[in-house]
Ligand binder design. Structure first.
Ligand code: DC
Length: 229
């Protein structure tokens, strides 16, 4: 039997990490985990409960009450994020959550809470996980690490198309680009677990790559890493 490995995919906002991670997980029959969705779920819960960014006392009480799970929904062939049993996939992609998630992800107790769960999911291997600190903090020993990037303007256009397809018609390109640039800056410059390329990560810049080309490239890296494991 071939050995299973863990695959860490890190990179900037909206450069298709999730799409690639899903393709790899499906082809290899691995579990797919979108850790950005976990930070978004915590942010959504804080908004729902009216807990502000500096209210660490209430946040510390809130965290243990949150159960974040993922379920594959056959109707849209998509993994949806569930919070305490409720499907919140659409809510966590809203601009309200997008604008607050970066500061929330800087809070150390939030990171500790989520990183512990992510590491537990990886214990049995066979996981493709995407995020910002997967190759550096969550799975520093991952057998394959990919760092993805693309030009900000291209990422903003892709994200805008996605939001429009989901019915968010009022949003503008400028708003999306600003949100991306702000999050890139904040994610890369925070003091705890900033977005960093792990030394042993392979870089994929998909600005000029088709999805098919990118998938083929990443799958070839995955098969090579599995062969070596
Ligand atoms: O991948 P995304 O855009 O859905 O992530 C949302 C935010 O969560 C992003 O601004 C950075 C943060 N994040 C993080 O700090 N660490 C991770 N492993 C994943 C996401």
């Amino acid at each position: 039997m071939t050995k299973k490995i863990n695959i860490a995919i890190d990179g900037y906002s909206s450069c298709g990490k999730g799409t690639l991670a899903k393709v790899l997980a499906k082809s290899l029959n691995y579990i797919f985990i979108d850790t950005g969705a976990m930070y978004r779920a915590v942010t959504y819960a804080m908004i729902q409960k009216g807990i502000g960014l500096d209210n660490l006392v209430e946040l510390e009480k809130l965290l243990p009450s949150l159960s974040i799970t993922f379920k594959h929904i056959p109707e849209d062939d998509f993994y949806h994020t569930f919070l305490n049993g409720n499907d919140i996939e659409n809510e966590i992609r809203s601009m309200a959550v997008s604008n607050l998630v970066s500061p929330v992800s800087k809070i150390q107790i939030v990171r500790d809470f989520l990183v512990k769960q992510q590491q537990e999911i990886g214990l049995n291997k066979g996981v493709v996980m995407d995020g910002r600190d997967i190759g550096t903090v969550v799975f520093p020993n991952a057998e394959l690490k990919i760092f993805m990037t693309a030009k900000a303007e291209i990422r903003a256009q892709r994200r805008l198309n996605e939001l429009k397809e989901n019915g968010n018609l009022s949003i503008t390109y400028e708003e999306v680009l600003k949100n991306l640039n702000d999050r890139d800056y904040s994610d890369s410059n925070r003091s705890n677990s900033p977005l960093l390329k792990a030394e042993d990560a392979i870089v994929i810049d998909n600005s000029e790559l088709s999805k098919a080309e990118q998938n083929e490239l990443a799958l070839s890296f995955a098969h090579k890493a599995i062969g070596k494991a």
